[in-house]
Design a protein around this ligand. Sequence first.
Ligand code: NAD
Length: 300
Amino acid sequence: MQSFEMKMLPWNVAFGCGVLSTLPVRLDALGFKRAFAVGTSDRQAGIGQLGALLGKRIAGQFPRARMHVPMEIVAEARQLAEAAHADCTIAIGGGSATGLGKALALHADLPLIAIPTTYAGSEMTNIWGVTEDGRKRTGRDPKVLPVLTLYDPELTLGLPRTVTGPSAMNALAQAVVNAHDRRANPITHRLALDAVQALAAALPEVFADEQNLAARERLLYGACLAGAALGAGVTSLHHRLCHTLGGSYGTPHAETHTVLLPYTVAYAAPAVPDLMQAIAIALNAQRAASGIFDLAVHLG
Ligand code: NAD
């Protein structure tokens, strides 16, 4: 048995169909009265749902979160949140909405409540990222970890395949990286392997029937585990390559992960054959890199 050290993150998660409806009572328990709602412009339904649930407790809103969290967007949102005297941010949407919520936690001290509607997994990590002058900076800070995350699989039912596939592959990258990195402790390894297994099994099922709520639930569970593995674990060469490409050339985050992952795994494979074998088993494939490649091809 290897020796290890472990520090887990203070996650506060509620997972299940319909859990969104418990938001008002959970806000009461946390003592928040004036929420600032953030989301992306092409999915304003999310902020609408929050308005219907919380009424006047939505003190302000910003439906213009953008991929890679441009600093000028953070400044604009911060000004509105401060003018609204908000006491927390509620980010509903994918990693772009969560990313803006994290930037507000970092720069405006607003605690974050995350309601993810993709499989990005950012809500389980203490990692922030902002883009300024064409460069993406990332870091870890306990302030950006959401004080509450609600995973409601029903919110993912309308997610188109073009977002479902890459965002689940982004989650797979978080899991795979932590499953093959010897710096990760054995418990993080376990989280990561369970994430690989859940994601690889559920993703084809969701692609076969996008309205399959049970499969959507398992896929979201896989994303939660993958985000937890990344939050408690490490990032690697794979993440650095994706962030350099995303920050420098604006390449879409999840698609960049999807394209690079089989190659970064193949590159790392000779150094960690035993860990790669465990990933292959979790993928139900002969080899890790080719299993990931085949999964990406299967998703089109
Ligand atoms: P995204 O948040 O940009 O969402 C992709 C698209 O899907 C958007 O157009 C959005 O409006 C739409 N969408 C979201 N939910 C929907 C739903 N339920 N139905 C229909 N459409 C919906 O992309 P993403 O892949 O979720 O996140 C990418 C971002 O997350 C990147 O900026 C990346 O850097 C960040 N990220 C951060 C971490 C971290 O730990 N900090 C981890 C993973 C990703």
